[in-house]
Design a protein around this ligand. Sequence first.
Ligand SMILES: [Mn+2]
Length: 291
Amino acid sequence: MKPREQFMDDAHGLFGDAADGDEKRDPLRFRTIWISDIHLGTTGCQAERLMEFLRATESDTLYLVGDIIDGWQLKRRWYWEQSHNNVVQTVLKKAKKGTNVIFVPGNHDEVIRQFIDLDFGGIKIRDELVHVTADGRRMLVLHGDRFDGVIACAKWLAYVGDSLYTMILKFNQWFNSWRARAGLPYWSLSQYLKSKVKNAVNYISSFEDALADEARKRGLDGVICGHIHKPEIRDIGGVTYCNDGDWVESLSALVEEPSGELRLVSWQEIMQLKKAGKTKAAAKDKDLVLA
Ligand SMILES: [Mn+2]
């Protein structure tokens, strides 16, 4: 035993390595978790925060809804951090421990599309599928790039857009390190641009409408996708449109509660819930002692 070090560990925030043991004891449980657009292999990927999310949560089923590994970027320039390995290993470990892991490839990891319908290391690779929620709703799960007008029409244009996007992300990182030094909170430039530029808004809403239409055509209750890096959950003409967001900017996931309720969670919220859960558990113990 090293009591002093133990004390130091406890004193160091809740989410460092010291919290590992606690996280193993009581992770936040969901029926299902959907994450996508992780873009492992790019500098923009926030793998450390994703690791914190993966460690803090558990689910019966985990969907990886595409653009998990960014083959487009890796082809141009090899970039792979230890944290990117950790994400892969953590997901494999979850599969081994009994989580039903389903990988639906996207356009950035389209090389994996040749393995559709195969299983690797307990991970099922599927093109698209229907998820049935605990309350019986049938949801189409797919990445969504097929419904992206730009990508469907001209692949080279998508590549140009991708480079521009990478540049914007780089600027965003530089700008935010400057903001951090100035004591200002994190601010997402491309989120701001997406919300301000009218074309981007039109582009996003036409994508959302196209996916909702597809679910409606197939007689399903909704759709769950990724691709446009915009977390969303809303009704579009009687169909539930869900987008789980991304791990480059919005750091978000879609979760299903045991009741079947679907909701979006952010990395920040999960970290806060984890903290609150601990406090609640501690309070409960105290009540028991008092009783
Ligand atoms: Mn995509």
